[in-house]
Design a binder for this molecule. Structure first.
Ligand code: OAD
Length: 233
């Protein structure tokens, strides 16, 4: 039985919850230039557009139709019943892992339901729209000084020390629903030790598929549930 497991998730695990992936046809980046909505320069140039882009994503995440699915639930159930170390690293900015009961989760690309002060970098829980008139929770006279707590292109992903450490030590690494196109996450599989067993669960092949010891193709709600059920038995 494995003792230290690291799971990496991407947008594919939340697709069946009604959230768009980034690179699929009709994906989130379709119709948007990434540098306009997901870079510090984009925000400097047009903060209203960037606030609005993430306001729409946040509203959608909080609407009644969006909730965790069977794949999120399977990971949470597995974590509850597993006796070793379990770390879930997600590139997703939604909170569906937490909603389904996952405990040890690191959001390396930030979180939609948090806002960050542009002056102090302090992070706040946030469920409302952000914009030029948003007043600051600590300094109400300050307005428009909160940005989405999202890692944009050119910025350093979060929790990298903890993640690197866990990757070096794990004996099982599982990548779920990510296209393996964005670094450093795309390189995680290569940061694991030689003895680590590496598994990819995804709808389709990715540029990293050949590096994995085992791959399963299909919808996350099916392959993730099956894989983790077998792992516990
Ligand atoms: P992508 O949109 O690049 O890739 C999603 C992957 O999930 C693809 O390989 C799909 O084949 C697969 N997929 C789609 N639906 C699925 C389903 N129902 N079940 C299983 N797999 C499915 O999303 P990410 O790899 O997460 O970063 O993107 C990585 C980063 O790129 C994001 O975190 C975001 C983006 O730019 C930032 O915004 C910083």
């Amino acid at each position: 039985m494995y003792k230290k497991i690291v799971v990496l998730t991407g947008a594919g695990i939340s697709q069946e919850s009604g959230l768009k992936t980034f690179r699929g046809s009709d994906g989130l980046w379709e119709g948007h230039r990434i540098e306009e909505v997901a870079s510090p320069v984009g925000f400097e140039n047009d903060p209203l557009m960037v606030w609005d882009f993430y306001n729409q994503r946040r509203r959608q995440l909080l609407c009644d139709e969006v909730d965790y699915n069977n794949a999120h639930k399977s990971l949470a159930e597995f974590e509850k019943n597993f006796c070793g170390d379990f770390l879930l690293v997600t590139q997703n900015v939604d909170d569906l892992h937490e909603r389904s009961g996952s405990q040890n989760v690191l959001h390396m690309h930030g979180e939609l339901l948090k806002a960050r002060c542009l002056d102090t970098s302090r992070v706040y829980d946030w469920t409302e729209d952000l914009g030029e008139k948003t007043s600051h929770p600590d300094f109400p006279e300050k307005v428009g000084r909160l940005r989405p707590h999202i890692v944009w292109f050119g910025e350093m992903p979060l929790h990298m020390d903890k993640i690197s450490q866990a990757l070096k030590q794990c004996d099982l690494f599982i990548s779920i629903g990510t296209s393996a196109q964005v670094y450093p996450a795309a390189g995680f599989v290569s940061m694991t030790s030689r003895s680590c067993h590496r598994v990819e669960l995804n709808l389709e092949d990715t540029p990293s598929s050949m590096i994995f010891d085992e791959t399963h193709r299909g919808l996350a709600t099916e392959v993730v549930s099956n894989y983790f059920k077998d792992l516990l038995s």
